[in-house]
Design a protein. Structure first.
Lengths: 752, 226
């Protein structure tokens, strides 16, 4: 884009035949024609810049929104929901006057191109979403997926991503309390870096992204605007990678966590003094997004003087300023008589703040440059009325063959010795191994409210020091299950996150999701997406946990090879008193181990089939959401009434993985007996859903059993916490020392 | 009557509110101090808390040391005001030459966050009198630049004078010389350490232990009994 002559609105109207680089900016021909139709003339360069980023897949959800509507249509009745889908993040009532906002977003593409900055700015972006709702961020979580653990590129991507998350989050003072790390060759070249954050506020402090009240000032504050991240949303996040194209590295933004920390404190202080009418963070699509969204959500129009935007690089063109994704910037709408105080607070925190425009009576978003009008649009057409695609979708023809390739028929261990070897292999496999090498690079303790952090089943944060009110969050998503059956896979992700929250004693309240898929232009991928969304929406309806918001990341594929469909689901829960939380670690010798739920021969997509046979086929475990709900109720009651001292959900790796983790964390072993009706192999490795293993003090056994019996939840006594080994009677015994070595040495050996 | 203990907030301070809570839990009164303000509001002691002051972009603690509030802290510390520096606060104290030596990047080049075992070597400073010498405690450690270094003469002096206040046990998390986790000045009023006692003052929270609380009860007793 050239700077001369200035492409004003007037100039555009007078020169209808000028060709604009719409294709280079990622627009399709019919989309460009639609812009011309909306405006009744060709767009100016600046207008084209705005439409191109705002109508990108990343910002407009044009391929996904016909499906995402189900989250609203099927939303269960919930008193907890204060702000739903469509805002920066959903807000949930957690009682005692507190509200919690949480969201998960993807930063996948940038993190592959430039792992450190890609991941760091992912944390920065999600945290600004949380602040923009009026909340103080209190924790972050990071669900991550990488290529094969032993692939050389994983050694480039993973350490950079982890250092970036740590480098940014640690410097912001946000405890990192959860998330997952999963390796699978399908993510080679398309790692998933999802970032979640939670914020806490009082009900009356909820803020929304809207510009109302003619005459109110629009203030841009935070970092100066530079040339970084131009086209990040439209070019980077909305296309597949292609070796033949030039490097997209300049499209990745660079983060400054120190600036963001100042932005948090300064914004919260402005909120506290009630100086803010509306607020929006600048993330994807930068100023284009913030101005058009603020204006279209408000009652009036907006006039912006682009010359007033503080620049890092004075040579930037107006189009570049509008598209820049420079980090650590926010946009606030402030009443005129409060502007001085707002600027004072920014000055106190050494944050640059500039009035760049005002809310107007009309319904137009007008942007000026050197005194000339370069944008004159209806903001709704930019922010909300982007294209909607009914992409064709079709169940892939390989799906039947994949499901017919039954994992239950794989050869099983024939001797106790073989069984023991497979247990060791499993707990040492990259996906099941301890992720301490990774999580110890994150601060868990800052803010002094962390009750539980990874590797616990869910992260838990105290919200109120007096009453002990707390919130818990878990994220889960198993791409292998979803590949076998995307509908069930999405529900299994939901079920697992729901269960993980309940296992720690918290009541699941609401859901956020990050839906990571391949190219929507591939009907097979679109089918996976449609099925996963349908599964998740149905599941949320049944469990009574509404989806409060989320994020879709498409085009996670290189060439023809798409990632496994990977819906990552975050469930938020509340606990009345964090003193009643239940940890994973075994607490006391002599306590009785109970397996809750039914164990079936379910090995499709299992860790066992992957580790031992490098196999993916068959059907994923069955989902029974009513059972999940019952299990959750039992776990919460048992936790509240002191009937269990530790609990661990069963998921990938099955029972043996859970018991080994509880044993290693507690430094106490377990003696297990294979229950009647099960063989040792199924008992140890099955991945049937709706299960947990709990440790019951002997004094509580009768009461606990009575409760499970009365409610109809199968509870099977499977052993006792004891000794310094994990022993399966009649089969094998593995010392904690041996297990610890297997479990903890894998990741450092691969990565350091 | 209780003691008033100031906690300085620099831009980029992270543990200021946690430190205030720890002071409150111990029974003292926390007082917020601001980096641009030379006035210490007549507090009886000061804590420089953890974080990344000014982003630690030049060198950990190097810019904070020149902030207005530090002029007063340095003067008063020399006159006997009890000052505790935790993590970034320790780094600021060495940059301000209130404590000898300095901190380099961890030898393994990663940020590290863990429950760290320490031995209390000196239980006679203003901030450690509620411990007993030789006591073993566990408190959280979390830093990027935690490798304590000093020239041999300084190390010899610290060791000879019993001014190594805390030593890492079982595992040296950052390559610190002599396993040094924290030191004191000769007078015992200025103490700095890398681990975070303010994160270990309540059961349930963090590691679930309260091994860090004696820092705050030590100073409270000293001030109230003074």
């Amino acid at each position: 884009m050239s700077r001369t002559p200035l492409d004003t609105v007037e100039h555009a109207a007078a020169t209808p035949d000028v060709e604009l680089p719409w294709a280079e900016l990622g627009l399709k021909k019919d989309e460009y024609e639609r812009v011309v139709e909306i405006l009744g003339r060709r767009p100016t360069g600046a207008e084209l810049a705005m439409y191109s980023v705002m109508w990108s897949e990343h910002c407009s959800y044009k391929s996904s929104k016909v499906h995402l509507r189900q989250f609203g249509e099927k939303a269960p009745e919930s008193d907890a929901m204060l702000v739903g889908i469509g805002e920066n993040a959903g807000v949930v009532d957690v009682g005692q006057g507190y509200a919690v906002t949480f969201k998960v977003e993807s930063h996948n593409h940038p993190s592959y191109v430039e792992p450190y900055q890609g991941a760091a700015t992912g944390v920065g972006g999600i945290v600004r979403d949380i602040i923009a709702m009026g909340a103080r961020p209190v924790a972050v979580v990071d669900p991550l997926r990488f290529g094969a653990a032993d692939h050389p590129d994983t050694k480039r991507v993973l350490p950079g991503v982890v250092a970036g998350i740590g480098g940014y989050g640690n410097c912001l003072g946000l405890p990192n309390i959860g998330g997952e790390v999963v390796f699978d060759a399908c993510y080679q070249g398309n790692p998933l870096v999802n970032a979640g954050a939670i914020g806490v506020m009082r009900h009356e402090d909820i803020h929304l992204a809207k510009a109302s009240g003619a005459g109110n000032k629009v203030i841009l504050y935070g970092a100066r605007t530079g040339g970084d991240g131009i086209g990040g949303a439209s070019i980077l996040a909305s296309e597949t990678f292609d070796d033949a194209k030039p490097s997209k590295r300049p499209a990745v933004q660079v983060g400054d966590p120190f600036q963001e920390k100042l932005l948090i404190e300064c914004t919260l202080e402005a909120f506290q003094e009630k100086l803010v009418v509306g607020i929006q963070d600048l993330g994807a699509a930068g100023l284009s997004c913030a101005t058009s969204e603020l204006a279209s959500n408000g009652s009036g129009g907006m006039r912006v003087t682009l010359d007033d935007v503080p620049l890092r690089d004075s040579t930037l063109s107006p189009e570049e300023i509008l598209m820049s994704e420079s980090q650590e910037r926010m946009c606030a709408v402030v009443e005129p008589d409060k502007v001085d105080r707002f600027l004072e607070i920014c000055d106190k925190w050494d944050v640059i703040a500039t009035v760049i425009g005002e809310v107007t009576d009309g319904d137009r978003l007008e942007i000026f440059w050197h005194g000339e009008k370069i944008v004159d649009v209806d903001p709704r057409t930019v922010a909300h009325e982007g294209p909607t695609y009914e992409r064709p979708y079709a169940r892939p023809d390989w799906q039947d063959a994949l499901q017919a390739d039954d994992a239950n028929k794989l050869p099983r261990p024939e001797t106790s010795e073989e069984l023991k070897d497979q247990v060791l292999k499993l707990v040492a496999s990259p996906n099941q191994a301890s992720k301490k090498w990774i999580t110890q690079q994150y601060d868990h303790f800052v803010q002094g409210n962390t009750v539980l952090a990874q590797p616990e089943d869910s992260g838990m944060i105290r919200v109120d020091e007096e009453t002990g009110l707390g919130v818990a969050i878990a994220t889960d998503g198993n791409g292998r299950y979803a590949k076998l059956d995307p509908y069930t896979g999405a529900q299994l992700a939901l079920a697992e996150a729901y269960r993980n929250v309940a296992t720690t004693g918290a009541k699941p309240l609401a859901v956020s999701d990050c839906l990571n898929f391949g190219s929507p232009e591939d009907p097979a991928v679109m089918w996976q997406f449609a099925e996963a969304v349908r599964g998740l929406a149905d599941g949320c309806q049944q469990l009574g946990t509404p989806v409060t918001g989320g994020n879709v990341s498409l085009y996670n594929q290189t060439g023809e090879a798409a990632i496994h469909p990977t819906p990552v689901v975050a469930v938020l829960g509340v606990i009345d008193d964090v003193a009643r939380r239940t940890p994973v670690a075994f607490q006391e010798e002599g306590q009785l181990l109970y397996l809750l739920g039914d164990t079936r021969e379910e090995f499709g997509g299992s860790a066992w089939s992957q580790v031992i046979h490098d196999h993916l086929g068959g059907l994923p475990p069955k989902v029974d959401l009513e059972r999940e709900r019952l299990l959750a109720e039992i776990l919460i009651s048992a936790s509240r009434d002191g009937m269990i001292d530790s609990a661990h959900d069963l998921s990938d790796g099955g029972l043996v993985q859970a018991v080994v983790e509880s044993a290693l964390l507690g430094g106490k072993g377990a003696r297990l007996v294979v229950p009647d009706g099960l063989d040792a192999f199924t008992f140890l490795f099955s991945e049937s859903a709706g299960r947990a293993v709990v440790a019951v003090p002997r004094s509580e056994e009768v009461r606990f059993n009575d409760m499970c019996g009365a409610r109809g939840l199968p509870a099977t006594r499977i052993g006792v916490v004891d000794g310094t080994s994990v022993e399966v009677q009649g089969e094998f015994e593995l010392s904690l020392e041996e297990l610890r070595k297997a479990h903890e040495d894998t990741i450092p050996a691969l990565l350091s | 009557m209780t003691a008033r203990i100031g906690v300085v907030t620099f831009p980029g301070s992270l543990d200021d509110r946690d430190t205030q809570r720890a002071i409150r839990v111990a029974g003292a009164e926390p007082v917020a101090l601001w980096h641009k303000d030379k006035d210490l509001k007549q507090v009886d002691a000061v804590v420089l808390c953890g974080g990344f002051s000014y982003g630690d972009y030049l060198r950990a603690g190097a810019i904070a040391r020149f902030s207005p509030v530090m002029d007063t802290v340095i003067d008063q510390a020399k006159a006997g005001l009890p000052v505790l520096g935790i993590c970034n606060g320790f780094q600021i104290l060495t940059e301000a030459h209130l404590l000898p030596g300095g901190m380099l990047g961890n030898d393994h080049l990663h940020f590290i966050c863990r429950d760290q075992k320490l031995r209390v070597e000196n239980a006679s400073t203003a901030w450690t009198s509620d411990y007993t010498a030789g006591q073993e405690i566990s408190i959280p450690l979390k830093n990027m630049d935690g490798r304590y270094v000093a020239d041999q003469r300084t190390l010899d002096e610290l060791e000879a004078e019993g001014r190594v206040a805390f030593r890492y046990l079982d595992f040296n998390p950052n390559g610190s010389l002599n396993d040094i986790a924290g030191i004191t000045n000769a007078e015992g009023n200025v103490v700095g350490l890398m681990p975070h006692p303010e994160h270990a003052v309540e059961p349930l929270i963090g590691t679930g232990r309260t091994d860090g609380l004696p820092f705050f009860t030590s100073i409270l007793k000293k001030l109230v009994n003074a």
